[in-house]
Design a protein around this ligand. Structure first.
Ligand code: ADP
Length: 392
């Protein structure tokens, strides 16, 4: 048996799962939320017991150190050497990585360099790697990139119509993100609908993206050069007319950095509703009659409808539609608002099954299988660590 740690760090959070492989048993799982605040929350589940603590965790390095100390203090492991491999989910792999890779100094350098393209994630991903390296210097560490699953996107789908030299000079093209999640749900959906070759996977969480998957391979995805493109998200704009950016910059006298911040952290559900970036809060406000909150929900759902239409065209049909991530897995309302517009594809859902968040929610007469699959990025990470680090 081999113990593998899977790490998934976000801008203010760090999730972990310690697996026993190859049987994929979760020994302990948990995470730290609100990193950077004096009321961060560290929580975990171990041997059926759930524990949550509020404490000060100043940054990602402190979060890793605290997590590792808890593993020993609570006797979840007896020594750090028991952890034979650590897998880190990394947002942007650029054109460098079509697969997961063992981390060395060059890999670290590239992850850092690609922080320009994924400012909310790559820098904290790198801190995660370096923090683990300090405590576990001899343990194999593997980077699992969000972009790798989308390496199969054909060139006609990833090129932007800018002068070609910018593609050559700077690698400006669509990359696609949320790879481990799209990969996981696509693999699970293939088990549930084995004859379904044409699949659209909708990862709808605080970050959101839709992918077109043909025979298990990604052929298009809504995020682009960076994770800002595509769908409306918690705080991100999604697609915009690019001319809007210099327009706002000039009118408001903003620097490039300020306009980037505006698009990444002040827009999306939060920007339209003025209420919150959290879907549940916006839903609540809409139910209480807040019109801007309702508008935010409508724009949010409709952008998914648009991408599903575009990707059904890319796939020339649709066999399986999958919803996943925080909102996709739990909000029957969002699934209803989206699928109401998909009757032309033969999609029809059973509202009772939908309301219960069942795994299969299509109606008996639906031509398309509609699935609600809880994502599991960490299992993809743990499997990749075993394969790439040649463990087990
Ligand atoms: P991330 O991992 O990118 O932080 P998640 O996939 O956890 O995001 O999704 C977070 C989002 O899911 C939040 O907007 C939250 O409001 C939403 N969410 C969680 N539970 C529910 C629910 N029961 N109904 C609707 N939305 C929910």
């Amino acid at each position: 048996m081999t113990k593998i740690m899977a790490i998934n760090s976000g801008s203010s959070s760090l999730k972990f799962k310690l697996f026993e492989m190859p049987n994929e048993e979760i020994l302990v799982e948990g995470g730290v939320e609100r990193i950077g605040s004096s009321s961060a929350i560290f929580s975990y589940k171990f041997e059926g017991k759930k524990v949550a603590k509020e404490l000060e965790i100043s940054d990602h390095e402190a979060a890793v150190n605290y997590l590792l100390s808890v593993l020993i203090d609570e006797k979840m492991i007896t020594s750090y050497e028991e952890i034979e491999g650590v897998g880190h989910r990394i947002s942007h792999g650029g054109t460098y990585y079509e697969d997961a890779t063992l981390i060395d100094e060059v890999v670290e350098e590239r992850i850092g360099e690609l922080g320009v393209l994924s400012p909310l994630h790559n820098p904290v991903n790198l801190i995660g790697i370096r923090s683990f390296k300090k405590v576990l210097p001899n343990t194999k560490q593997v980077a699992i990139f969000d972009t790798s699953f989308h390496y199969s996107i054909p060139k006609k789908n990833y090129m932007y119509a800018l002068p070609y030299e910018y593609y050559e000079k700077y690698g400006i093209r669509r990359y696609g993100f949320h790879g481990p999640s799209h990969q996981y749900v696509a693999e699970e959906s293939a088990k549930l609908n084995p004859n379904g070759k044409k699949t659209i996977t909708c990862h709808i969480g605080s970050g959101a993206s839709v992918s077109a998957v043909l025979d298990g391979q990604s052929i298009n995805s809504s995020m682009g050069f960076t994770p800002l493109a595509g769908l409306v998200m918690g705080t991100r704009t999604g697609d915009l007319d690019p001319q809007i950016i210099p327009f706002i910059q000039e009118k408001e006298g903003l620097s490039p950095q300020e306009v980037k911040e505006l698009m990444n952290t002040k827009s999306g559900l939060l920007g339209i509703s003025g209420v919150s970036n959290d879907y549940r809060d916006v839903e609540k406000a809409a139910d209480e009659g807040n019109e801007r909150a309702q508008l935010a929900l409508d724009v949010f759902a409709h952008q998914v409808v648009h991408y599903i239409g575009a990707y059904a065209a890319d796939l020339n049909g649709l066999d399986t539609l999958v919803f996943t991530a925080g909102i996709g897995e739990r909000s029957s309302r969002v699934r209803t608002s989206i699928t109401n517009y998909l009757t032309y594809l033969g999609v029809s859902i059973d509202e009772e099954k939908n309301n219960k968040n069942e795994l299969s929610i299509e109606a008996d007469d639906s031509k398309v299988k509609v699935l609600v699959i809880p994502t599991d990025e960490e299992i993809i990470i743990a499997r990749d660590v075993m394969r790439i680090a040649k463990l087990g």
